[in-house]
Ligand binder design. Structure first.
Ligand code: NAP
Length: 298
């Protein structure tokens, strides 16, 4: 197939394009050109926020499937919906567990917990402001999904990705937050009631997306490995690797460490499983993921 990946140059996007290419697909990436494209991958350069630039970069091109790795706002989704209307038959949007930011009633959370038809889309919000976007990450993704869900000219799916672990190139610094404190025996802030969450290994989410490219289901799908993990599970694994000691400090209010959660929003992956995807269990890869990310010199 002829495939386009928007993004594809940072984390699991890199692994995704490698997998797609190894499967024999013709892969093109589109990004702003901050880093070189891997060998054998054609690259188009454009800022996807700039509709004219995006349209020019895509001149004369169409694709069997587009994977949109970097759609964060309803405005970006509206541009993509217009620009790709006649350029693809299937669109895979990489989304996030954070779309469930208001759904902490039923655990694990299934796709149906979020009614996209009821989401208010507001393209007038300051989505270009990085601080606003950072503070409204889940809301931006919800609204982007809602744009695609209502009247897309192509078949559309959103992959609601759990927190991703693993890889020396995990740029988020979340596991390092724990490793630094455990090494030094410094306290790690957690909420008094700290809920476990669902996670996925970096290689597994790339494989899942590659599978979703070749499938024909539509609508949202949750993607995570089986076996939720608590903050203590992550810390125990880090302790084994770096030595030191985990000290938790319970806080009533205020900031807590990145993988500790005041609310319960572990996802339910039974839709993906019923569609035919076989997830690993987090116990199979946690040690490897931690050593890849934390085991490197910082
Ligand atoms: N990490 C997690 O735990 C986690 C969890 C859930 C969901 N996610 C989702 O994962 C996705 C990101 O995955 P990834 O990090 O592997 O990304 P990726 O596919 O590697 O894409 C990142 C690249 O996209 C390009 N890009 C960014 N903004 C752009 C723009 N305006 N126009 C064109 N290109 C742009 C950048 O390259 P240039 O600078 O060259 O443009 C950047 O390096 C996001 O949708 C995020 O919500 C991540």
């Amino acid at each position: 197939m002829d495939l386009l990946v928007i993004g594809g140059s940072r984390y699991f996007g890199k692994r995704l394009i490698t997998l797609l290419r190894e499967s024999g697909h013709r892969v093109t990436v589109l990004n702003r050109g901050s880093s070189a494209a891997p060998e054998g991958i054609e690259r188009l350069v454009a800022d996807r926020d700039d509709e004219n630039a995006l349209t020019s970069a895509l001149a004369g091109r169409s694709f069997d499937v587009v994977v949109d790795q970097v759609c964060y706002t309803p405005r970006q989704a509206e541009i993509a919906r217009r620009v790709f209307a006649t350029r693809t038959r299937r669109y895979v949007m990489t989304s996030t567990v954070e779309v469930y930011e208001y759904e902490d009633s039923a655990v694990p959370v299934a796709e149906s917990a979020l009614d996209l038809a009821a989401v208010t889309v507001d393209t007038g919000l300051p989505w270009e402001d990085p601080e606003f976007l950072d503070a409204h990450y889940g809301e931006g993704k919800r609204q982007a999904e809602a744009v695609f869900a209502t009247g897309s000219p192509f078949a559309w799916t959103s992959v609601r990705v759990a927190h991703v672990l693993g890889g020396a190139d995990d740029f988020t610094g979340r596991l390092d937050h724990y490793a630094r404190r455990i090494r030094a025996g410094e306290p790690i802030s957690v909420p008094v009631v700290n809920h476990p969450a669902t996670y996925v290994y970096v290689e597994e989410i790339a494989a899942f997306l590659a599978w979703a490219v070749g499938a024909d289901f539509t609508g949202p799908v949750n993607a995570h490995s089986h076996g939720p993990l608590a903050t203590a599970d992550l810390c125990a694994e880090i302790e084994k690797l770096v030595g030191g000691r985990t000290v938790f400090r319970e806080v009533e209010v205020g900031e807590v460490s990145p993988f500790s959660f005041t609310r319960s929003y572990g996802m339910d992956n039974s839709r993906a499983t019923a569609l035919g995807y076989s997830f690993t269990n987090s116990g199979e890869w946690l040690a490897r993921a931690v050593s890849e990310t934390v085991g490197v010199e910082r």
